[in-house]
Design a protein around this ligand. Sequence first.
Ligand SMILES: [Zn+2]
Length: 151
Amino acid sequence: MNWQDGDETARAPRTVGKGLRYFYRSMLLRCPTCGERPIFPPARKTRSLTDWFTPLDGCPQCGYPYEREAGYFLMAIWGVNYGLIGLGAMSLYFILRINTDWNPLWIFCGTVLPAPLASILFARHAKSMFLALDHFFDPHLRTQKRQKKSD
Ligand SMILES: [Zn+2]
């Protein structure tokens, strides 16, 4: 597979099947275009937390660049990671608070308190999901850049 194959995948019509395929690949932390190579470096090459949370520059298989611009993954952390974890924890808290007569402190300790840890554990998947979402709704194609330069 080369970059052009990835372009063809990105040009294919947006269907539920294509969305599910991208979501599945993001849950496996794999390239949204080819789905064959991981987005993050392997654990044995990780030396620090920065290495752990930083995606590779691009896919080693198809060459798809993961980070479009500086700060590209900021929305992944704020929107996807904090959004899902924070909203999920608070929703669970209020659902349990309304529907049970459990001690509110214990509900808080079981739902909201673990949220920061869950957020750290979910950060890589949040970046991967954001990458897949962005590639699904706004695929960037190498040929578009070439056309802009020639205009
Ligand atoms: Zn790839």
